[in-house]
Write a protein that binds this ligand. Structure first.
Ligand SMILES: CC(C)(COP(=O)(O)OP(=O)(O)OC[C@H]1O[C@@H](n2cnc3c(N)ncnc32)[C@H](O)[C@@H]1OP(=O)(O)O)[C@@H](O)C(=O)NCCC(=O)NCCS
Length: 283
């Protein structure tokens, strides 16, 4: 499968992505099949579909690097560890990146500044950048990945059921635009020892069963488009009835009925055809 910018844009439109959308994406590049021009082409296609009135948001998270006590968060240069497409968004967004040691977002478009400057000290509170995407009526795109990467569910998890996690303060340094370093701290949610893991596939599959989520291929990837407010409306009564609704119940998370989930060392991909995953090492 060889994918061009136009073909990707057509698939995204068929899924339901529209001009003017506020769209946050979690993605796997290799799930798509071979993309001419790689991650840059995917971001071009997303921006083509969103148009000048749309806003594209990527996770610029860097959990691993922030573990180093000497870590310096440099909003212009610290890479996103959330895949090649997320890092391409981060590079294009430049300094339109929220300030968080582990969970920053990068955004391009008219809502970018509102999103990246929103905020309290955690990444998952209603007033934080991710919570702001809910407020602004945004949508989320899972491109070749499962709901287990769907960070917005953490906003619901901690809003309704924070008791399985502990808030901790992470203290590191921030590089300012003039190059100087200043002390910088955030709160982060740590998992308690008895935290069973989360199962965001459960709410995702339930929404698909209810016909609320659009699911369609984009290239070889299975893509899922979820609107923030319907997600909140759907999940809230279920969490109220079962406070552990978003948490893992048994030894495995819920299986997804659409697409094939392929487990790789780095994560789980959601694809149409495992043979069409682009994997240079196999060639
Ligand atoms: C971890 C994760 C990013 C891995 O996905 P991936 O497709 O293997 O990795 P990337 O998206 O970074 O894409 C890079 C890979 O694309 C492939 N690739 C390279 N050029 C390509 C091209 N032109 N076309 C298609 N694939 C290409 C390569 O295999 C490359 O991997 P390599 O550099 O190790 O060879 C993905 O599983 C995931 O979890 N994404 C969501 C992350 C997230 O947002 N998490 C939220 C918090 S949990």
């Amino acid at each position: 499968m060889v994918l061009t910018r136009d073909r990707l844009a057509a698939d995204l439109r068929r899924l339901g992505v529209q001009a003017g959308d506020l769209l946050m994406i979690h993605s796997s590049l290799r799930s798509l099949g071979f993309v001419v021009g790689g991650a840059a082409t995917v971001v071009d296609a997303l921006l083509d579909v969103l148009g000048p009135t749309g806003t594209l948001v990527g996770p610029s998270f860097n959990f691993e690097t922030a573990l180093d006590p000497d870590f310096v968060f440099d909003p212009c240069n610290t890479p996103s560890d959330m895949g090649a497409i997320a890092d391409e968004i981060r590079r294009r967004a430049g300094n339109q990146r929220s300030r968080h040691l582990t969970h920053s977002l990068s955004a391009i478009g008219p809502h970018a500044e509102t999103i990246v400057t929103a905020g309290g000290p955690t990444a998952w509170a209603a007033d934080d950048p991710l919570g702001t995407i809910f407020k602004l009526g945004g949508r989320f795109l899972l491109l070749g990945v499962t709901y287990q990467t769907f960070t917005a569910c953490h906003v619901l998890e901690v809003a309704f059921r924070p008791h399985r996690r502990t808030l901790d303060t992470l203290r590191r340094r921030l590089r300012r635009p003039n190059g100087s370093l200043v002390a910088f701290e955030n709160t982060v949610y740590l998992r308690d020892v008895n935290y069973p893991g989360y199962d965001f596939n459960r709410v995702g599959q339930a929404m698909e069963d209810a016909g609320i989520t659009a699911v369609a291929p984009v290239g070889n990837a299975i893509a899922r488009l979820i609107a923030a407010q319907p997600l909140r409306d759907f999940a809230t009564p279920r969490i109220r009835r079962d406070p552990d609704y978003l948490l893992q119940q048994g030894s495995a998370v819920t299986s997804l009925s659409r697409g094939i989930s392929v487990t790789l060392p780095g994560g789980v991909l959601a694809v149409v055809d495992p043979e069409a995953i682009y994997w240079p090492a196999r060639r």
